[in-house]
Design a protein around this ligand. Structure first.
Ligand code: GLY
Length: 361
């Protein structure tokens, strides 16, 4: 099967494959040198997808370890990572093995982080089963866990050897999960592709119920993510564009103790940061209105559910903060991010964010 995208990295490149039969795809791409396999997922994803993946790998590497951790952001922690590491070491997992992350963004971030430090780094493959993971989290090698101070503050860059997009999994994805992924799809369109934004608008307007994202639109989102990562693998500058909406989103997630899901928080974050972009870099009012309308049509929230005071401190914990100053990656117009002298995130006065924060409804 032809990849829908290829991610270029310092060490080579890896494919993103998309299909309805993830176990068969995984068996096909399995490197004969990987003598052991460990599937890592959460308590929702692993029982569902693990057995078929393990059965497909058994002829290639014998018994397949299956390690599940409790689902939810609250368990995306250093403690969970340690428990998984202990299980792998006790089972005699060796450097020549491959960790397979199975699930959505949380499962893949944790599995990748485990793979990146176990025995100083082992191979890993991501099998993405949620839309959010498929268009964003599974691609690009960001791994990590949360701390009390915020999201993903401890982690590594560790590129997977391949990413599998399990399209069949989308058929049974809960509607709220689907919406989380749609927020990231909208983000990709805003940052790189105005025609994709228009296509999303047309699809959203004609959509019946919770119909999944059509495959060509999903594939375009994957390609945008792959292009950004290929240009700046370790987020020296350009990759920051993927953070549009995320400075605000991560603060909302932390302040709400993750009661607001990532995609919903990104939707709200994009709306707030679009208002900032209007002020700081001339983002057209009409574009901001189109963004708000598309998000609302997709059933995503657009207004902060918390007062600004609840996020003020947390905004400073963002990884883009420099010398105590919050930075946001902002659009110049739909399909194009703002850039100044090679910088893709702008210093953003905290008082401006406070002023443009909408009242809690
Ligand atoms: N999800 C943002 C990034 O991969 O850089």
């Amino acid at each position: 099967m032809d990849p829908i995208a290829q991610v270029q990295t310092a060490g080579g490149s890896y494919p993103v494959l998309c299909g309805d039969d993830a176990p068969a795809l995984l068996a096909q791409l399995w490197d004969a040198r990987w003598r052991q396999a460990a599937l890592i997922g959460d308590s929702n994803t692993l029982p569902r997808f693990g057995p078929a993946l393990a059965a497909a790998l058994a002829p290639r590497c014998g018994e397949v370890l299956q390690l599940a951790f409790p689902a939810g952001e609250a368990h995306k922690t250093r403690a969970t990572k340690q428990q998984l590491e202990d299980c792998l070491l006790e089972a005699g997992f060796e450097r020549g093995g491959c960790v397979v992350g199975v699930g959505g963004g949380i499962a893949l971030d944790v599995a990748g982080f485990v793979a990146s430090t176990l025995l100083r780094g082992v191979a890993h493959v991501n099998v993405a089963t949620s839309l959010l993971a498929q268009v964003d989290a599974a691609i690009g090698g960001k791994t990590g866990v949360n701390t009390a101070q915020g999201k993903n503050l401890i982690g590594t860059f560790h590129q997977p050897r391949a990413v599998l997009i399990d399209c069949a999994a989308l058929a049974s994805l809960p509607a709220a999960e689907l919406r989380n992924g749609l927020a990231e799809a909208v983000k990709h369109a805003v940052l790189a592709d105005a025609p994709l934004f228009a296509a999303l608008e047309a699809w959203a307007d004609a959509r019946v119920g919770d119909a999944p994202l059509p495959r060509p639109l999903l594939a375009r989102c994957v390609q945008i993510k792959a292009e950004v990562v290929s240009r700046d693998e370790r987020e020296q500058a350009f990759r920051q564009v993927l953070n549009f909406g995320h400075t605000v989103a991560h603060a909302i997630e932390a302040a709400s103790a993750h009661a607001v899901a990532h995609g919903a928080a990104v939707a709200i974050g994009m709306v707030v940061e679009a208002r900032v972009a209007e002020r700081l870099c001339g983002f057209p009012v009409a574009d901001r209105e189109r963004l708000e309308r598309l998000l609302a049509t997709l059933g995503l929230p657009t207004a902060p559910p918390l007062p600004f005071a609840a996020v003020r401190e947390l905004l400073g914990h963002d990884k883009k903060t420099r010398a105590g100053v919050v930075h946001c990656a902002l659009p110049a117009r739909l399909g194009q991010m703002h850039e100044a002298a090679g910088r893709w995130a702008l210093p953003t006065p905290i008082e401006l964010l406070a002023e443009l924060w909408e009242p809690v409804r």
